[in-house]
Write a protein that binds this ligand. Structure first.
Ligand SMILES: [Zn+2]
Ligand SMILES: [Zn+2]
Length: 440
């Protein structure tokens, strides 16, 4: 007989601990407040006063339920993967999702290609979100489920998000009787630069919602690890477009022209000093110029040169500061070179900031399922889940997919990005457990 710690009374030597199991239905202030409990009473002879140690275990095990439908979740993911659709074009994907949800008894509201699906009753509403859009990337993986659509690919894992939440939807519906809350599933379009989250919010996705959770597969994290982070997780995203206007002329006679090229060169370098010299070195921010366009010939001074870029930040104040400094620096540098600048800046999305209490809740639920929980690094990537978290508390959760043995090592948005499908039921189980255990 193997010996181990009794996981409830904490005393070494489990065989010595007599376990009596009973199933009852009750409501109480337990870690897992589902209606049905499986009670184990422990009587440990090593303890002199013979105290009985009761422990409470969830009646149905979300992980076991998710493992039962693992093949189905994988086949949904592969189907979505083979037929990727770009932002706001998710017609096929959303049709399949809607058909299943209707079959399982969900109340559906359509928001364009997005879906809001409700089930259950109770005082609180907990929302779970998946995004459905793909990217304009040509897939380079040679797998049986390779994208069948030229130039389009699920290279961020949103196919996996949709499949995992669909799996959760199925299990939640099967156990609807045991739900204490209303559960709202949000299948949103256009996360990749389209701010689909805002469209869903305008369509009522957050009405009466008390908390929201979203999973994202995470290429930097080892397969199966639930990556959590309190507070700022992903960055706010800004964009700028600049046109510096001089006066065109002959490349051999600069004195008759006003050359915008050196002005642009200097402006781009000067922008780098915002992060290097004006921001607290312990804070994180980025200013990147990603595109420069100007000129027509080697011996012609162009009339104007344009460039554009992005800036990233973790607080709204810092986003506002960078935005203001980009305008000031570019305008003044242009002026110093006798040029004129047209500068457009905009904030595309806020930082994704997790609610500390909700992160603790996810940790407790994930550990209760026996999942491995780790910390995930902040990233200056952006995510439109931020718009939900601006309005209701919740948590954006990373789910590790990196598996070197399977060659799953490529970053998000790479043409060879792939997902370790063995983790899909873990994500489904976590979503189910969050829905059943939420208490506000
Ligand atoms: Zn992405
Ligand atoms: Zn994504």
């Amino acid at each position: 007989m193997t010996q181990e710690y009794c996981r409830f009374c904490g005393v070494y030597n489990l065989p010595a601990c007599k376990v009596i199991c009973v199933s009852v239905t009750l409501k109480g202030n337990f870690t897992f407040p589902v209606k049905s409990y499986h009670i184990e009473l422990h009587r440990n002879p090593n303890i002199s006063d013979q105290v009985i140690y009761p422990s409470v275990v969830q009646m149905f095990n979300p992980l076991e339920e998710a493992m039962k439908i693992k093949d189905e979740i994988i086949s949904w993911r592969r189907d979505f993967h083979m037929y990727p659709e770009l932002g706001y074009e998710e017609e096929r994907t959303s049709r399949i999702v809607e058909e299943h949800l209707k079959e399982w008894g969900y109340k559906i509201k359509r928001v364009g290609t997005g879906i809001i699906a409700d089930i259950g009753s109770g005082e609180k509403t907990v929302a779970l979100r998946a995004d459905m859009d793909a990217l304009p990337i040509q897939e380079e993986n040679e797998v049986p489920y390779k994208s069948r659509v030229p130039g389009k690919m699920h290279a961020c894992g949103h196919d996996a998000h949709t499949a995992m939440l669909l799996g959760a939807a199925k299990i939640i519906a099967e156990h609807e009787e045991e739900l204490n809350n209303r559960v709202r599933l949000i299948f949103q379009p256009a996360e990749e630069g389209g701010n689909g989250a805002l469209k869903m919010i305008e369509g009522g996705a957050l009405e009466d919602v008390d908390a929201i959770f979203g999973l994202h597969v995470w290429a930097e994290l080892e397969s199966g690890i639930i990556g959590l982070r309190k507070g700022p997780f992903l960055a706010g995203v800004g964009k700028f477009n600049v046109k510096i206007i001089g006066k065109g002329g002959h490349g051999a006679a600069p004195q008759y022209a006003i050359d915008p090229v050196p002005a642009v060169a200097e402006a781009i370098l000067a922008l780098q000093r915002i992060v290097a010299r004006e921001i607290d070195p312990l804070e994180s921010a980025v200013v990147t110029v990603g595109k420069v366009q100007g000129g027509t010939a080697f011996n012609v001074i162009p009339e104007s040169v344009e460039f554009e870029g992005t800036f990233r930040f973790f607080t709204e104040e810092l986003g506002g500061f960078i935005r203001k400094r980009i305008s000031e620096i570019v305008s003044e540098v242009a002026k110093a070179h006798r040029c004129r600048a047209e500068v457009k800046t905009e904030i595309l999305g806020p930082p994704t900031i997790n609610d500390d209490r909700m992160v603790e809740f996810v940790r407790e639920v994930a550990q209760g399922l026996g999942l491995k929980v780790g910390e995930v690094k902040k990233t200056l990537g952006g995510e439109d889940f931020a718009f939900y978290l601006q309005r209701v508390p919740g948590a954006f959760i990373a789910l590790g997919i990196r598996n070197e043995k399977k060659g799953i090592i490529y970053p998000h948005h790479n043409p060879r990005f792939d997902v370790d499908e063995d983790i899909l039921p873990l994500g489904t189980a976590l979503e189910v457990a969050l829905a059943f255990n939420f208490r506000g």
